[in-house]
Design a protein. Structure first.
Length: 133
């Protein structure tokens, strides 16, 4: 549950900001979508990187992409590489339950912000920052 202070603080932030969510776990996808919607964001959710790429190829360019590291098929880092070519202005945020040592090795020389699962929604809102209108 989001505290009233967080809800009030985010009301001025991301009205109508589109956020891409690429997460294979249905419950996590739903929860993120509901929480972001209730904070004024417009989430677009996909189970796989390949599904999200079809949407991006159609010309959509979200402000932010929340991307699970461990996806079926193309993994989160491969997707972020493609995302940065297709939509360079989209800011990726990696979501992961991977242990710190493995994550550090995977992110070597890649300054990608990340959140550890379970996601702290206040931390997520902080990373999203103020909306650009």
């Amino acid at each position: 549950m989001v505290s009233p202070a967080v809800s009030i603080a985010t009301e001025w932030q991301a009205r109508n900001d589109e956020v891409l969510i690429v997460e294979d776990e249905q419950t996590a996808r739903r929860v993120l979508s509901l929480l972001l919607s209730s904070s004024g964001y417009r989430p677009q959710t996909f189970r796989t990187a390949e599904e999200a790429l079809v949407w991006l190829d159609a010309g959509f360019h979200p402000r932010t992409a929340l991307v699970d590291l461990d996806l079926p098929g193309m993994d989160g880092l491969q997707f972020i590489t493609r995302l940065q070519r297709l939509s360079p202005a989209t800011r990726p945020i990696l979501l992961t339950a991977t242990d710190q040592d493995t994550l550090t090795a995977k992110l070597r020389n890649r300054p990608i912000p990340y959140l550890r699962k379970p996601i702290d929604f206040a931390d997520l809102l902080s990373l999203l920052g103020p909306a650009e209108h």
